[in-house]
Write a new protein. Structure first.
Length: 154
């Protein structure tokens, strides 16, 4: 009976360790690398429902969610945005990547490649159109500035 118990324990711990080592490359969020005020904006974004473009809806209004993005771009340092691309929330990862594209961050390709398997869905609202798409596709749209979307096939 003791041997069976030991065998069970070994299998359990090996399986748990295996799960940890199989984390996708993009799941690297280290909260300590992000200042409190930046993390607070990210937490608000996470609850915001999706990624909004600068004008949404029939009237083309700017949303609070997009205002948060503007604050994030203004306040966050480049290193913090890089850290946020590993955030658990797909919305935050998307907005952080978008901000880095606007800054013409030199390591953008490395971040994009790390997210190739980032298939978590995110809502993206542009004007009156709402798309639900994998984060990696959103990142591709931002990377190619929505001009050569054929590169972003799922």
């Amino acid at each position: 009976m003791t041997r069976i118990f030991l065998l069970f324990c070994c299998c359990f711990f090996l399986n748990a360790a295996n799960g940890i080592s199989q984390k996708p490359a993009w799941q690297t969020y280290k909260r300590h690398q992000v200042r409190k005020q930046v993390h607070k904006i990210a937490a608000q974004m996470e609850k915001g429902g999706g990624i909004d473009d600068f004008a949404v809806g029939f009237s083309g209004t700017q949303t609070e969610q997009y205002d948060r993005f503007l604050r994030l771009k203004q306040i966050a340092q480049t290193e913090e945005l890089v850290a946020l691309t590993g955030h658990p929330a797909s919305i935050v990862r998307g907005y952080a990547f978008w901000a880095l594209t606007e800054r013409r961050y030199k390591g953008l390709e490395d971040i994009y490649q790390a997210h190739v398997d980032d298939r978590e869905e995110v809502l993206f609202m542009q004007g009156c159109i709402i798309n639900e798409l994998p984060v990696v596709v959103f990142m591709c749209w931002m990377k190619y500035e929505q001009q050569d979307l054929s590169r972003c096939d799922q």
